[in-house]
Design a protein around this ligand. Structure first.
Ligand code: SF4
Ligand code: SF4
Length: 458
């Protein structure tokens, strides 16, 4: 399956090696309570108490028995309404999950759901699954096994877990969402892993494009199911769940093997990472600890730490924040504010540019650099159409930007700015350094605001 637009990123500095490593047990972990995805939570431990990795430290008060377990062995230093801090003793052992079973799909629906909540696995999906009824509304599950983002093309599914474990994860999902069919979206290059009879019994396989941002949930839904995930008005189709390959593996580890949910399997990559690759990082690890152990902050900095991929992630503002359940990827790229005038004349072998104006794009031998610098100043649009060419949802970003610039936002609604998935490719390729996405997003937000106002006035 293919689509127009998108981009294949090849040969960038800081690409992840296809290896899964364990990160040493952190000195302390901090887990906020107020920021918990489902809201109703309270501490289950007291200051000074000794805990084992796998013991419940935070529990729900909404009757679902949802729990968060301690990611480390150690002593509770702080426990209040805001969160829990545990000083670790450095040991890596853990308490196995109580009541886990090798084949949870033989339990009845209520028991599977209870186990799913009590082990904290519900945090790996979004917070709408707070009851059995809500699980029954799901009709389609897309497992996202696509990896096309700039620093992650070398991913192979074997490094995260074998296909038998993956198949157990699929069976567990089927037991949890009995009304749903499963489709696994994959890159062709990884197809051998998915061709076991066990996997094929559980799910259909859809080979999708090798171009970024195919892994975006909206594009997966469009290309795999032929359905829109989010409507123009911003409503999400609740019958569709998109779950990452890693999350299927981690659910299987917890519910079928009894390994408590104490860490996240995450991609940590970019030129600012000493050994880019896949890591098991304890939940609650402060970014400060990642900085000391994995990042090159002292060397040739400064760096920008991004939670997510370099185009769609959010910059980390404080090293005191911690790794949480929703983290899948951390990128560290060069923070480079200097302007390179006459960029088109740059002889650098590492300079990246979509139009073939740098040596690096003509002779793709040396790894290219991803950095925050936009290189050069804002210029008038040269009508090159690169942004149109790149857009994976067939918008005319340039035309939308023009309308927004002259304050004709409502006139550009016919150009469907609400379909923008905010992949950032238009900004990336624009040789005139125009912040196109900011304008498209403005038009999209305005459209949704007006539609909501219309609905309220009806
Ligand atoms: S307009 Fe939106 S979807 Fe299209 S390239 Fe730009 S950011 Fe991506
Ligand atoms: S990429 Fe930039 S310069 Fe080219 S058409 Fe789009 S807005 Fe204009």
């Amino acid at each position: 399956m293919s689509f127009s637009g998108g981009y294949i990123f090849k040969n960038y500095e800081g690409e992840a090696e296809p290896v899964l490593r364990g990160m040493p047990v952190p000195e302390k972990i901090c887990i906020p309570i107020s920021g918990s995805p489902e809201g109703f939570f309270t501490s289950a431990v007291s200051e000074g108490e000794t805990v084992r990795a796998g013991d419940t430290i935070i529990k729900s008060t909404d009757g679902t028995e949802t729990a968060i377990v301690s990611p480390v062995n150690g002593t509770v230093e702080k426990s209040d309404k805001d969160g829990i801090t545990i000083k670790s003793d450095g040991s890596a052992s853990f308490e196995p999950v109580k009541n886990h079973t090798r084949e949870p799909w033989h339990l009845d629906h209520e028991e599977v759901f209870k186990l799913f909540c009590a082990t904290g696995c519900s945090f790996l999906l979004d917070n709408r699954f707070s009851s059995l009824d809500k699980c029954n509304t799901v009709k389609n599950i897309i497992v996202n096994s696509v990896h096309n983002s700039p620093l992650n093309r070398s991913w192979t599914p074997e490094i995260i877990g074998d296909s038998a474990l993956f198949s157990s994860g699929l069976k567990t999902l089927k037991a949890l969402f009995p009304a749903a069919g499963i489709v696994i979206a994959i890159n062709k290059r990884n197809k051998a892993y998915f061709e076991t009879s066990e996997i094929k019994e559980q799910a259909k396989i859809a080979k999708v494009s090798d171009r970024y941002p195919q892994e975006h949930p909206e594009l997966l839904s469009r290309d795999v199911l032929n359905k829109k995930l989010v409507s123009p008005e911003g409503e999400t189709d609740e019958s569709i769940v998109v779950i990452s390959h890693v999350d299927v593996i981690q659910i299987a580890e917890v519910m079928t093997q009894g390994r408590p949910l104490i860490d996240r399997i995450m991609l940590v990559s970019g030129p600012g990472v000493s050994t880019p690759g896949w890591y098991r990082v304890s939940i609650g690890t402060p970014f400060d600890e990642l900085n000391k152990r994995l990042f090159k902050m002292g060397d040739l900095g400064p760096w920008r730490i991004i939670r997510g991929n370099v185009f769609t992630g959010q910059g980390v503002e404080s090293l005191d924040t911690s790794v949480m359940f929703s983290d899948h990827e951390i990128s560290v790229i060069t923070e480079h504010a200097a302007r390179d005038l006459f960029r088109f004349m740059m002889p650098g072998f590492a300079a990246d540019s979509y139009p073939k104006i740098t040596v690096a794009n003509l002779i793709n031998i040396f790894p290219k650099k991803l950095e925050t610098n936009v290189h050069g100043g804002l210029r008038p649009c040269v009508q090159c159409n690169y942004c149109d060419e790149m857009c994976p949802v067939d918008l005319y970003p340039f035309l939308i930007w023009k309308h927004v610039e002259v304050d004709e936002i409502e006139e550009c609604f016919r150009l469907k700015p609400y379909d923008c998935i905010e992949c950032g490719l238009c900004d990336y390729v624009c040789p005139s350094k125009i912040e196109i996405l900011t304008s498209v997003k403005k038009a999209k937000d305005e459209y949704r605001l007006l539609r909501r106002a219309d609905e309220n006035s009806d």
